[in-house]
Design a protein around this ligand. Structure first.
Ligand code: PEP
Length: 245
């Protein structure tokens, strides 16, 4: 049995005051019957770590560098993330692929750097609306995942995969549980061909997950939790999703 995982992606939201309120609300609402984490903007990681001390809520980053260290202005290494206790780093979010032109290979390199420092990469894959309408969903997610599997080699069983259809992120449109399950099953089969850990790996769904659709989504056989954007910014909303997991 895979334990469900629910991860909040705060994106570029928050302030010290707002975060303190949100984290206090989560502490009060938990613990849950699932693993729960928040991936927060870099400047707030240390304070989040302090706020979550003594709780079971983990924390992480929304990106990491593919480089170990050096002259890479503005980048944050996975060694630094490990140093401040991050459990997770989201890599390959569609917003980074789209706005920062991140290639499949760069995403794979980031996942490798992350794992090298014991920070679990949450590798996002997902198709655009145009790709779905052109019948390319399977080919796109398989291509994105293949780069990571190839780069991580036998370590690929250590990552978390997030299926996030781009057309469902922040739009209020959600993949139906059946649509999401179909893609998760494709991803699971691809992982099965690469690692004997595939059946223990968590593949989470992201894209306008809310308390009222979480139960059905998380009830699918290959959906092992969620990556939650907008609904992770309010303690009550996020807590309700964690409860559904
Ligand atoms: C995300 O940013 O990963 C995401 C899934 O966002 P939202 O839940 O707002 O669609």
């Amino acid at each position: 049995m895979r334990r469900k995982l629910v991860v909040g992606n705060w994106k570029m939201h928050g302030s010290r005051a707002a975060n303190a309120q949100l984290l206090a609300g989560l502490k009060e609402a938990g613990p849950w019957n699932a693993d729960v984490a928040v991936c927060v903007p870099f400047p707030y990681i240390a304070e989040t770590a302090l706020a979550l001390t003594g709780t079971t809520i983990a924390y992480g980053a929304q990106d990491c560098s593919s480089h170990e260290q050096g002259a890479y202005t503005g980048e944050v290494s996975s060694a630094m993330l490990q140093d401040i206790g991050c459990r997770f780093a989201i890599v390959g979010h569609s917003e980074r692929r789209a706005y920062h032109a991140e290639s499949d290979q760069l995403v794979a390199d980031k996942a490798k750097a992350s794992l090298a420092h014991g920070v679990t990469p949450i590798v996002c894959v997902g198709e655009t609306l145009a790709e779905r309408e052109a019948g390319q969903t399977e080919a796109v997610v398989k291509r994105q995942l293949a780069a990571v599997i190839h780069t991580l080699g036998h370590c690929c069983g250590e990552m978390v995969v997030a299926y996030e259809p781009v057309w469902a992120i922040g739009t209020g449109l959600t993949a139906t549980p059946e649509q999401a399950q179909a893609v998760h099953a494709v991803l699971r089969a691809q992982l099965q061909a690469a690692t004997d850990r595939a059946s223990a790996m968590r593949i989470v769904y992201g894209g306008s997950v809310k308390a009222d659709n979480a139960t059905q989504l998380f009830g699918q056989p290959d959906i092992d939790g969620g990556l939650i954007g907008g609904a992770s910014l309010k303690a009550a909303d996020f807590a309700a999703i964690c409860l559904a997991a």
